[in-house]
Design a protein around this ligand. Structure first.
Ligand SMILES: *Cc1c(COP(=O)(O)O)cnc(C)c1O
Length: 397
């Protein structure tokens, strides 16, 4: 059996999305900026996709800008807003569990003379409106808090946080790359000024993203060039990618409650079986304010890399909680931020579902985990020490 449970890293392009894109390679290939018929046809497709993206998050089409990826959207929102407002204030607030696309951009802005407050989160990964309220300053121009965490799946109280920023006259950005398609998002009702999304996290191809910028919000552009995207994001549009993004977001946001409920049932079944059938394990993240497809657990006494290797041999794709994107073995900054010890963080894995995973797959993966964890513990010196310790304690009196 082959099971893909690493949808937090990327998803497959589904057949309807692929089919929607196909004409835009060999047949409809004009440059959307060209005024001839070929170009006009391409332009029409770009604008139709812009309307699809806008509708999915409650925005207006003119508020959607296509980008190369979620990382670019995050960079543009943060740097664009920081530079555009530098005269007003140079203070930015974010959290310490953001994706590196946000965290590393903030680090860079600090080098450029901006001041950044990194709000700590609680043991579930939550940041509260009260915390944000206390951190707001007269020179705070921008607040950026992710909608849902990519590692532990915690869903932040975005409308409440955005309301605090608004009350203080600061811009509110959210990295919603993991949330789109799984959580109902309405940028107007939720007071969101900027929102990043990325196609490949919801069955569109890699290399296409978008940034929503509320009408009236001024951002400095990051690149110079042509007049594409209303002069704000130059570069000939990724025509087929944009068409795919439009189709995929329409499908992903079509019936969120039903699909999220189905995914959550599979998620909860997996969590329950893991907690019941594997000793010395902990669930990371929030028990209920949790992405419908996220399972993140720490197995004590063993290394996640060994677990992943064994799962891979049995056809199961998952990722380590440590998310060593750079190949470094540093434990995840998210797990450390929620108070997981270095040792337990090293034994963490993330299983991330899509709406295509089944209960049968879930059972197969848990069966594999039960066997794998037992096998690895039988060879683990840490586990051996632990058992000795238990014996010693038991024979003390
Ligand atoms: C994947 C991801 C990104 C980066 O998106 P790319 O399109 O891969 O650049 C940013 N933020 C979060 C929360 C993500 O999960």
């Amino acid at each position: 059996m082959k099971v893909y449970m690493d949808n937090g890293a990327t998803t497959r392009v589904t057949e309807p999305v692929y089919a929607a894109m196909q004409p835009y390679f060999c047949e409809i290939f004009g440059n959307p900026s060209s005024v001839h018929g070929f170009g006009r046809e391409a332009r029409k497709a770009v604008e139709a996709a812009r309307a699809q993206v806008a509708k999915a998050i409650g925005a207006e089409p003119r508020e959607i800008y296509f980008t190369g990826c979620g990382t670019e959207s995050d960079n543009w929102a943060l740097r664009g807003a920081a530079y555009a407002n530098a005269k007003k204030g140079r203070h930015i607030i974010t959290t310490n569990i953001e994706h590196h696309a946000v965290l590393h951009t903030c680090r860079q802005l600090e080098k450029e003379g901006f001041e950044v407050t990194y709000l700590p989160v609680d043991s579930y990964g939550l940041v509260t409106p009260e915390q944000l309220e206390a951190a707001m300053r007269p020179d705070t121009v921008l607040v950026s808090v992710m909608y849902a965490n990519n590692e532990v799946g915690t869903i932040e109280p975005i409308p409440e946080l955005a309301a605090v920023a608004k009350r203080h006259g600061a811009l509110f950005h959210t990295d919603a790359v993991q949330a789109v398609g799984h959580v109902e998002i309405d940028v107007k009702a939720q007071n969101i000024d900027m929102l990043s999304l990325s196609g490949h996290k919801f069955h569109a191809p890699k290399g296409i993203g978008a940034l929503y910028v509320r009408h009236g919000v001024r951002l400095q552009r990051l690149m110079e060039g042509g007049a594409q995207e209303r002069g704000q994001r130059p570069g000939t549009e990724n025509l087929a990618g944009i068409v795919g993004l439009g189709k995929a977001i329409e499908l992903a946001t079509g019936d969120i409650p039903a699909r999220a409920a189905k995914m959550a049932a599979i998620r909860d079944h997996m969590i329950e079986r893991i907690m019941n059938e594997i000793p010395h394990v902990q669930l990371n993240g929030h028990p209920t304010r949790r992405m419908c497809g996220n399972v993140n657990v720490s197995f004590y006494f063993i290394e996640s890399e060994s677990v992943l290797l064994h799962l891979d041999l049995r056809g199961v794709a998952a990722s380590s909680g440590s998310a060593c994107t750079s190949g470094s073995l540093d434990p995840s900054h998210v797990l450390l931020a929620i108070g997981v010890s270095h040792e337990h963080a090293n034994g963490s894995i993330r299983l991330s579902l899509s709406d295509e995973n089944t209960m049968e797959e879930a059972d197969y993966v848990v069966d594999c985990l039960v066997e794998t964890v037992a096998k690895l513990r039988a060879m683990s010196p840490l586990y051996e020490d632990f058992l000795k310790g238990v014996e010693t304690v038991g024979t003390d009196d």
